[in-house]
Design a protein around this ligand. Structure first.
Ligand SMILES: Cc1cc2nc3c(=O)[nH]c(=O)nc-3n(C[C@H](O)[C@H](O)[C@H](O)COP(=O)(O)OP(=O)(O)OC[C@H]3O[C@@H](n4cnc5c(N)ncnc54)[C@H](O)[C@@H]3O)c2cc1C
Length: 443
């Protein structure tokens, strides 16, 4: 059986490893347009900040390892330009020598990820304007961030923009974040994002909200960002306003895609074209609470979907169980997390909800290092089922988010959560976990 995998990172190589484990005679070719395989994009902000010393530390397995240890024909600089789903042929160009290639397959996986969005702003091609997606992107930022760069403007106050902001402050830069939304961290409810803004201000980050970028100005190099309301001098810009699925190689009149271009897959990671699969940031994810396909481009989903694609491509039958929308980030001294729906999402879906903001403590109040935390819990107004949890604080946030993510997966009600047998000793919790205290008040 001939397998072709397009994209050599999280989803693609998770699939490749499953295939070679399940099918000893598998003929696996992976086509990657970049020069690096299997690396952690999630670590890029910390590489820029200097916490992760070498980009090699971000690479899980090299191309040579896949090739020599696992017998995968792992090609670099091979950019796929088209897929003929009927003839089962993939074609493209070798970016190193300019030669075209054409390969046939029995099963093919699209694991091409997503690319940063840069709107066609005037001046977007000036020097000093960056995006962050790959190791070469991070290296370009580090190289560019010399002593002449003192002010950096980040466009976009989502998790990537915020993680980069923190790391640039750690590097001694003056950082400004511009977002067209009313607040930074607008994926969170207001109570939570207010704490993100306070933390940003506490660390000297300039916040510009409710302004949209119009253009960049400068001679050869960017010197200012012009919004609909003002002009901001800057030495460097990082654009982090979201990503778009890399799906230009498919013919969308044959392969079903969502409104944003993500490839629609079923639970087995199959597209509507026989033999063609998709996984990770280029594909949709079924959302268990929304009960429909969604698009949340995260490494957690890419690894799971890739693994499931590989299992099913090589003869297995395992459905992807879907996501509940869980994420977490560090922002200076805070951890901020979310699982399930926020108020606006519930509103947009027409789900009747109740919510509560609850101020609790990470562990027993009398034990040292006890920290305040804020939970925002959402439940179904009629059934009492948990709909979502957002949390912010200095410590203990990951634990509460993961309990809530588990509760969401198992469709638990407020009463179920109150009855959970959660661990307790003073250095770790109060006798009633803050989630249980919040759930009790919601009953
Ligand atoms: C700065 C940053 C921080 C992040 N932090 C987190 C985090 O904390 N937690 C989390 O869950 N997620 C995080 N993510 C997201 C996570 O990294 C992605 O969701 C994940 O990498 C997606 O994996 P993927 O395999 O689907 O796509 P990618 O990792 O993007 O890999 C796709 C590969 O396909 C290749 N490709 C694309 N088009 C073609 C083509 N035409 N031909 C050949 N090859 C092609 C690309 O070169 C790329 O190597 C972060 C992302 C970034 C950028």
């Amino acid at each position: 059986m001939k397998y072709i995998i397009i994209g050599g990172d999280a989803a693609g190589m998770s699939a490749a490893m499953q295939i070679i484990r399940a099918d000893e005679s598998a003929d696996v070719t992976t086509l990657e347009m970049g020069g690096i395989y299997s690396y952690a994009q999630c670590g890029l902000p910390y590489y820029i900040g200097g916490l992760t010393k070498s980009s090699d530390d971000l690479i899980a397995r090299s191309r040579d390892t896949f090739d020599e240890e696992f017998g995968i024909d792992a090609r670099v600089y091979h950019k796929v330009k088209a897929i003929d789903g009927e003839k089962k042929i993939v074609s493209g160009v070798n970016l190193k020598n300019g030669q075209s290639f054409e390969l046939s397959y029995d099963k093919c996986l699209l694991a091409t990820g997503a690319a940063p969005i840069i709107p066609p702003f005037d001046g977007a091609d000036l020097e000093g304007i960056h995006t962050l997606k790959t190791i070469p992107d991070a290296e370009a930022i580090i190289e560019d961030m010399n002593e002449n760069v003192s002010t950096v403007t980040i466009i976009g106050g989502g998790y990537i923009g915020l993680e980069v902001a923190e790391n640039l402050v750690e590097k001694g830069k003056t950082v400004r974040v511009i977002d067209q939304a009313e607040r930074l961290g607008s994926a969170y409810d207001k109570e939570i994002s207010e704490q993100i803004e306070q933390e940003a201000k506490r660390h000297g980050v300039e916040i510009v909200t409710s302004e949209s970028v119009d253009r960049f100005e400068g001679e050869d190099r960017v010197q200012s960002v012009v919004t609909n309301k003002g002009t901001y001098t800057t030495d460097m810009v990082i654009v982090a306003i979201g990503v778009k699925p890399n799906t230009s190689m498919i013919d969308s009149s044959h392969v079903h895609v969502a409104d944003n271009g993500a490839i629609v897959v079923n639970a087995y990671m199959e597209t509507n074209v026989p033999g063609l699969y998709a996984a990770g940031d280029c594909a949709t994810q079924y959302h268990r609470i929304k009960q429909k396909n969604d698009y949340q481009p995260l490494g957690t989903h890419a690894n799971k979907q890739g693994r499931i694609a590989g299992i099913n491509m090589s003869g297995g039958s395992q459905p992807f169980q879907g996501i509940v929308g869980t994420s977490i980030m560090k922002f200076f001294d805070l951890t901020v997390g979310k699982t399930g729906l926020g108020e606006k999402e519930a509103e947009d879906l027409g789900i009747p909800w109740d919510s509560l903001s609850f101020e609790g403590h990470s562990h027993a109040g009398y034990y040292p290092e006890n920290e305040a935390l804020l939970l925002k819990i959402l439940s179904h107004k009629e059934t009492g089922h948990l709909l979502g949890l957002e949390a912010v604080g200095k410590t203990g946030i990951d634990k509460r988010i993961d309990v809530a993510a588990t509760a969401l997966y198992h469709k638990m009600t407020m009463a179920d959560i109150e009855n959970l047998d959660l661990s307790y000793a003073p250095p770790y919790n109060g006798v009633w976990d803050p989630i249980q205290q919040a759930a009790r008040r919601m009953k």
